[in-house]
Design a protein around this ligand. Structure first.
Ligand code: ADP
Ligand code: MG
Length: 226
């Protein structure tokens, strides 16, 4: 099966005034459709930097990033944004919901730029149902618990039916029981066919994923395949 994503010799340096900070030192990785993977490593090891590259939010300094066999470095900016919007769903530690918008409006947001979608409200309602929040569609984020906010964020990541869901420390702001419930939800979504990459520093959570990749100081030091 063709990988969904291939990274080859990916290097990333951040350019600070008068200083280049090397962060990723030659990452080689493939993700196949349907994989459920944890990315673990100490703070500062480069996990978010790698996620940002995988999510088309940042570009590597060198190396090759293929998405569905296409060289991402050759894509024009509009095409890159289009792929990001349609193919990638993002979930963050701090939820990143719009405070004044309802749950339904937050979930429908990524569909705003999709001229091919007829019924964004209906799709948003269906996504909220998938995460168990049918009865909270008109609530605003401050009327929801942390776990419910993260469910809204997961619904927003799912709503456009992306081919890859990237979650950066999605349980990091939650108590351990709520975090376990959120992980269960990711497992359900994975069983329904989604390809998911979760960044976590919690080895308990990593052990519940099918594949676990460990980073240290900008390199991959282990990768246990399913
Ligand atoms: P992790 O997510 O594993 O904690 P990050 O990818 O956020 O790691 O950061 C890896 C390293 O890159 C850290 O040393 C961090 O200070 C540095 N870094 C991250 N973002 C930037 C940036 N925008 N500019 C400069 N250095 C950065
Ligand atoms: Mg990080």
């Amino acid at each position: 099966m063709t990988p969904l994503v291939s990274l080859r010799r990916i290097q990333k340096s951040y350019q600070l005034p008068g200083l280049e900070v090397p962060v990723l030192h030659g990452i080689d990785l493939d993700f196949r459709p349907g994989e459920f993977t944890a990315l673990v490593g100490a703070s500062g090891s480069g996990k978010s930097t790698l996620m940002n590259i995988l999510g088309f939010l940042d570009r590597p300094t060198s190396g090759e990033h293929l998405f569905r066999g296409r060289d991402v470095s050759r894509l024009a900016d509009v095409e890159e944004s289009r792929i990001r919007n349609r193919e990638i769903g993002f979930v963050y530690q701090s939820f990143n919901l719009l405070p004044r918008a309802t749950a339904l409006e937050n979930v429908a947001l990524p569909l705003f730029y999709r001229e091919d979608i007829r019924d964004p409200q209906g799709l948003a309602a269906a996504a909220l149902e998938r995460v168990g929040l049918s009865n909270r569609t008109t609530h605003r984020p401050n009327e929801l618990s942390g776990g419910q906010r993260q469910r809204v964020a997961i619904a927003r990541a799912l709503v456009g039916n992306p081919s890859l869901i990237l979650a950066d420390e999605p349980t990091g702001a939650l108590d351990s029981r709520t975090g376990a419930e959120i992980l269960d939800l990711f497992r359900d979504i994975h069983r329904q066919g989604a390809t998911i990459l979760i960044v976590t520093h919690d080895r308990g959570i990593a052990s519940l994923c099918d594949r676990s990749i460990e980073m240290r100081d900008g390199s991959i030091v282990s990768d246990t395949l399913p």
